[in-house]
Write a protein that binds this ligand. Sequence first.
Ligand SMILES: Cc1cc2nc3c(=O)[nH]c(=O)nc-3n(C[C@H](O)[C@H](O)[C@H](O)COP(=O)(O)OP(=O)(O)OC[C@H]3O[C@@H](n4cnc5c(N)ncnc54)[C@H](O)[C@@H]3O)c2cc1C
Length: 484
Amino acid sequence: MATPPRVIVVGAGFSGLVLAAQLLARTDARVTLVERSGAFGRGLAYGTGGEAYLLNVRSNRMSAFADEPDHFVRWLAENAPEDAEPQGFARRSVYGAYLSDVLRQAVAKAPGRLLRRAGEVIALTDAGERVSARLNDGAELFGDVAVVAIGNFAPNSPAETAGLAGSSRYIDNPWLAGALDPIRRSDDLILLGSGLTSADVLLDLDLRGWRGHATMLSRRGLIPHAHDERQDPVSGPPPAPAPLSQRLKAFRAEARRTPWSRLMDELRPHGQTLWLGLDDVERRRFLRHLRPWWDIHRHRLAPEAATRLDRIRARGRLTTQAARVLSAGRQGDQVLVKIRPRGETAAETLSAQWVVNCTGPQTDLSRVEDPLITALLASGAARLDALNLGLDVEGDMRLRDADGRSQPRLFALGPVTRGAFWEIVAVPDIRLQARALADALGTRGNLQDREDDRCSTPISSNTPARSERPMGDTSPCAGASPFA
Ligand SMILES: Cc1cc2nc3c(=O)[nH]c(=O)nc-3n(C[C@H](O)[C@H](O)[C@H](O)COP(=O)(O)OP(=O)(O)OC[C@H]3O[C@@H](n4cnc5c(N)ncnc54)[C@H](O)[C@@H]3O)c2cc1C
């Protein structure tokens, strides 16, 4: 009988935690879950405790388990009845508590098979028969495989804010605990970015009694739309293969007859297929031209959050401006931000008491300063995907090394695989990926089979370019999603 595999999971945000729970429930694996913050199951998304922070996905889609879609809603009914509306948007702090419970229950059913380890993994090495994970406290852990589930990265400061570096009036990461505390009731703010992070910051401050004025700056001045009040379940047919430009034209034409929100919801389950159908040129084009529009239509605010934001705007306390930031600096008690409004040639200068960097998680991994990513790239154990959106992975989540060969023992999970799958940042997608990976890692025998079968050929050499592949091609070696 095969010995149970030992799996090291790096990161205990949603991705790592649900993978661990699935490994305990569906396999006989022994799991070591390593988390640098020491808080298991919160991650960047559910770790900030502000009561103003709501989920941006309805509760009936936030179950940790795709095959038990009402798991979260049932948990809410028992544990947080005030948030228990299935079509509602629960508080993110409550969701964090749910995830902790998911892990607790999984451990109770599989006693002795999970080791929680607080610490930061700074290197992962495939040592032939096993992998080793080196921690920042000097410890070394060993397993048969390791999974990198290190999720979302803190925002980088825009280069134009260099003049504010080190200034006590510049908040470069609003997600850090207590980051917004020094802002006083009547202070004025300049928010860099007008997306979901800006909305979070404003709503949090508003709930604490802040009554100043905020200017949200972004290149196009776009702000996220709100979800409809209620949503009937919709699912559209799988999209037929078509170039991006044709697809956009057809979408715009259809949006004259059907509400765009419904069309987006119909597209939602096919996001990965659409991405897999684009080649790198089209993906670049999408990122350069369409992404800002995609983001505000796809990642929507809870209606309650949108209403509160509208109220702040209606009271004259919020201005959104499409502009490019040219530079920023401090003058006495004020921060000054020089901008060029969109469509204008002349620059102007805004002043406020605070500048808050609300540009959101850093999604260009070539700009991320992360010890583990740096070590993986430096050792050649991993490489970034062609667009620097994440770690380059096979369809079965194995990392590709510097030469594009599939790693037998190193895997990645969650938003860090965005380059391969794109729609892999939200719970409804990650939970499927986590289950598929748990099943694949299930037994050491299975792992061995998959090693024998593995695609050792770099995708760039003799696998067809993504755009040449049929839309339904889901073979792991073709780089398509195996977990939809
Ligand atoms: C502010 C915010 C709100 C969101 N809201 C929603 C929502 O409402 N609904 C939804 O579906 N999705 C939401 N998302 C998307 C989110 O990406 C996913 O829901 C999910 O939380 C991603 O989980 P993760 O574990 O991959 O990443 P993360 O949550 O970032 O967790 C990664 C974990 O890895 C740890 N870690 C990192 N490096 C190391 C290391 N070297 N060693 C050990 N530990 C390490 C980190 O401390 C962290 O705990 C939100 C995202 C953000 C940023």
